[in-house]
Design a protein around this ligand. Structure first.
Ligand code: MN
Length: 415
């Protein structure tokens, strides 16, 4: 396996075979880059200097942009060519950049000197509900413990249209939302949520879209997906519970969604693909394909103002998901709906089969019935003001390990 001349410690999330894309500010300028170890390679500069030797990109400015969207529209063959070029450029036996110290110090910037920004301009955001364990738990808590899954769930990758403008990059504080709460038999009130929760998810980023009226077939779906980020779907459970019938989530969800800044490409994730769960009943033909998940570990952590370090409260894995990204894309477009470059498709909360693998506080505390005991001696059911949540994700196989970095945010008091 090839290594980079940039030092990457074992177990580091960003080795040569990851090269996740991000958008960053450095010395007052916004640029696009890939992460390699603790550095970011400035692709905006590489392109500007004419060093990006990709025939399809000659004379084009795909990286001198405010977001990855222009590059995403170039398509799968182009993403592959750039990846091959960058692996070669950064590989330890390639002297071009390795031995040009002036160029190196210009284009390889320590990550602690840059400020990460939103990687894409998000035009559309859809959040699915594709973990059978999560849907079962929520069905038990919100509706009927004896019959938690609705009749459509095993036939349809259920989802809802979320709010693209409320998606923010890791580190942005999330304000406790106000909304209508219905407590017991009392009349509803308008007040800050008392059940501030988050859901661990992945967000798949659409690379190329489809024309309105022209569905993406399940066999082509992977070609349209550029990569994935971690996603925290902030949720006000009390607002959600009162508002969600009959049209689904609205103000209980659209006050903020956090994503990690580095987009891990689908090509980098390919070696870690695994077969998804057996689907019974068999889905309709437009959703039929051997379902492919990825073996991605996700760790959910909390830190209160009294704590010095984050404490893990759950760990789960993307491989448990019932509906995969190809099925979600095929379903989303079967009616002709047009997905666009930069759109984000949330997987839905990633919950596993055991209580320590649930991906949200409502499940972990069983809607507040079982508080979480923290190392600080504190208890939590839902989030207090100034609490922080973080998710960390990585995937491993044999000697190869690649990670997503982390996504975190702190709860800001209402008003
Ligand atoms: Mn969600």
């Amino acid at each position: 396996m090839k290594k980079s001349f940039v030092a990457v410690p074992t177990g580091h999330p960003f080795p040569l075979y990851n090269l996740p894309y991000g958008v960053f500010d450095h010395q007052g300028k916004r640029s696009i880059g890939v992460a390699i170890g603790d550095y970011v390679l400035n692709l905006t500069l590489i392109e500007e200097k004419g060093l990006l030797q990709i025939p399809a990109l000659v004379g084009k400015k795909v990286f001198n942009q405010q977001s990855l969207n222009t590059f995403l529209r170039c398509g799968k063959a182009c993403w592959h060519a750039v990846r091959q070029f960058l692996i070669h450029l950064l590989e330890e036996n390639t002297p071009d950049l390795r031995d040009n110290m002036a160029l190196r110090s210009e284009v390889l910037i320590p990550q602690n000197q840059v400020l990460m920004q939103m990687p894409v301009q998000v035009g559309g955001y859809t959040d699915f509900y594709s973990s059978i364990e999560h849907a079962t738990n929520i069905g038990k808590l919100f509706r009927d413990p004896t019959n938690p899954l609705l009749p459509n769930w095993r036939h349809i990758p259920v989802g809802y249209d979320g709010r693209a403008s409320a998606i923010v990059v890791s580190g942005t504080k999330i304000k406790r939302p106000k909304g209508q709460l219905k407590i017991g038999e009392e009349a509803p009130i308008c007040a800050p949520t008392r059940k501030f929760d988050t859901e661990i998810e992945l967000g798949f980023i659409m690379g190329t879209g489809n024309d309105l009226g022209s569905p993406i077939s399940i066999n082509d779906a992977h070609d349209h997906v550029f990569g994935a980020v971690m996603l925290l779907d902030w949720s006000a459970r009390d607002i959600q519970q009162w508002e969600y019938v009959p049209l689904g989530p609205f103000l209980g969800k659209n006050f903020g969604t956090t994503i990690s800044p580095w987009v891990v490409t689908l090509e980098a994730l390919q070696p870690f693909s695994v077969q998804g769960p057996v689907q019974d009943p068999q889905p309709l033909p437009y959703l039929q394909k051997q379902n492919i998940n990825f073996d991605i570990d996700l760790h959910l952590e909390i830190k209160t103002p009294k704590m010095d370090a984050y404490q893990e409260i759950a760990h789960t894995n993307y491989k448990y998901m019932y509906w995969d990204i190809a099925q979600q894309v095929a379903h989303h477009t079967v009616n002709g709906c047009n997905l666009e470059s930069g759109d984000i498709l949330g997987t839905g909360t990633i919950s596993g089969p055991t209580p320590d693998s649930y991906g949200s506080l409502i499940e972990l505390t069983w809607n507040g019935a079982n508080p979480i005991h923290l190392n600080s001696g504190e208890e939590r059911t839902y989030l207090n003001d100034n609490d922080s949540m973080r998710v960390i994700a990585w995937t491993k196989k044999d000697n190869l390990c690649i990670g997503f970095g982390n996504a975190e945010a702190t709860v800001l008091a209402a008003k």
